[in-house]
Structure formats: C-alpha cells, structure tokens
Design a protein around this ligand. Structure first.
Ligand code: 5GP
Length: 191
C-alpha cells in the first residue's frame, strides 16, 4: 500500500532492537484518515470472505481494528492482556510473549464474544515473530470459530512471523519492511 509506505518513510523512526517507531501516526498519535484507507484496503483484500467478526489484541491493535470494523460493518473484539493467576472458566485463554516488552502475558477473550459460526479476521499493527497473531489464532481455534485470515499494517519481513503465518492462514500485510538501518534510518520495503 503505497500511501502507507510513504508515511512510514516520512515518519517512521528506526530504533535499536529492530523496533520501528511509528508513534507519529499509528501507535501514539493516530491518523484516523490513514486508518480509514488501511481499513478500505483490508476490505478489498478480504472481499467475499463473509467475515462477521474482527479480533485484535490490546492495546495498539485496537484503534486500527475499530476503524476497519466500521468499514467491514462487523463487531470488533479485543483480547485482553492479564496477569491474573486465577482466570475464570468462561474465557478462552493462551500465553503470548510480547515482542516489545519481552514478557509473557496471558490473553483472554470471553466465551460470550467468540464461538461457532464466527468467521474471524485478525488485525494487528505489527507482525514480528508472530506470537501475538499466533495467540489470537489459537483463541479462535479453541472457540470453534473459523479463522479467515490476518490483516497486518506493518510486517517486518526479516523476522520469522510472516513466513510462519502464511503457512497457516491468509495473511495480508499492507507494508512489508525487508530491512531497516538503525544508523542511517533507511527503510527498504518488499515490492
Ligand atoms: P510479534 O508477536 O509478531 O513478535 O510482535 C507483534 C506485536 O509486537 C505487535 O502487536 C506490536 O505491538 C509489537 N511490535 C513488534 N515489533 C514492533 C515494532 O517494530 N514496532 C512497534 N511499534 N511495535 C512492534
């Protein structure tokens, strides 16, 4: 998605540890007009898939998933991160290792909001090692819902998540970063 790549080139900041900061338009300040274009692009890429629910993970996936959900005209559910030891039995839960915080979280979704008959699209802001989306996919599977695919705003193509997920499901990444240089700030995209 050219508009998105241009914006990453203009406003993305390469940080140490292979982290791309996009706080100017995605992860802190949010450019909702751009989100709308992202939502429309995802709708195009999953046309005819009869998606009836969008699932994301807190916190940074929520904004983008909400705008996409309006365009898909479906409800959006976000998996909550929790450190509570005693999780009640009325939730689906799994563990996710956080890329940016290096910690393991339990994520939960209430059984009330995901289940048989749902055709689910996962949405997240970034794809790195794929742990967040893998965790969400597990919740979908455990619930008996059908996983239609995953829509990602920025995939870091030099990390293993994308290759792994493409073997499991229909993955659409709107910008794939093939390399980024901490020193020069240069970002190269996959064509
Ligand atoms: P994964 O689970 O695929 O390893 O990492 C995905 C999650 O980590 C995303 O939900 C995102 O919040 C965060 N993340 C991973 N890499 C980056 C990055 O380079 N920049 C930012 N801003 N977030 C990232």
């Amino acid at each position: 998605m050219e508009l998105l790549k241009e914006r990453i080139r203009k406003d993305g900041v390469v940080k140490e540890g292979n982290v791309l900061k996009v706080d100017r338009f995605l992860n802190h300040q949010m450019d909702v007009k751009l989100f709308r274009e992202i939502g429309k692009e995802l709708k195009k890429r999953f046309e005819g898939e009869n998606i009836n629910k969008i699932l994301t993970i807190e916190a940074s996936g929520i904004g983008i998933a909400c705008i996409a959900a309006e365009i898909f005209d479906v409800p959006v559910v976000f998996a909550k991160k929790t450190q509570t030891k005693n999780i009640a039995g009325d939730v689906y839960t799994t563990k996710v290792e956080s890329y940016t915080h290096g910690r393991v979280y339990d994520i939960i979704v209430s059984k009330e909001f995901l289940g048989e008959g749902d055709r689910v699209l996962l949405i997240d802001d970034f794809l790195a090692n794929g742990k967040a989306l893998e965790g969400l996919a597990k919740l979908v599977k455990d619930s008996g819902a059908e996983l239609v695919g995953a829509g990602v705003v920025i995939e870091k193509g030099f990390q293993p998540g994308g290759d792994f997920l493409r073997k499991q499901t229909h993955l659409e990444s709107l910008a794939i970063v093939d390399s980024m240089d901490e020193k020069t700030g240069e970002i190269t995209f996959r064509e």
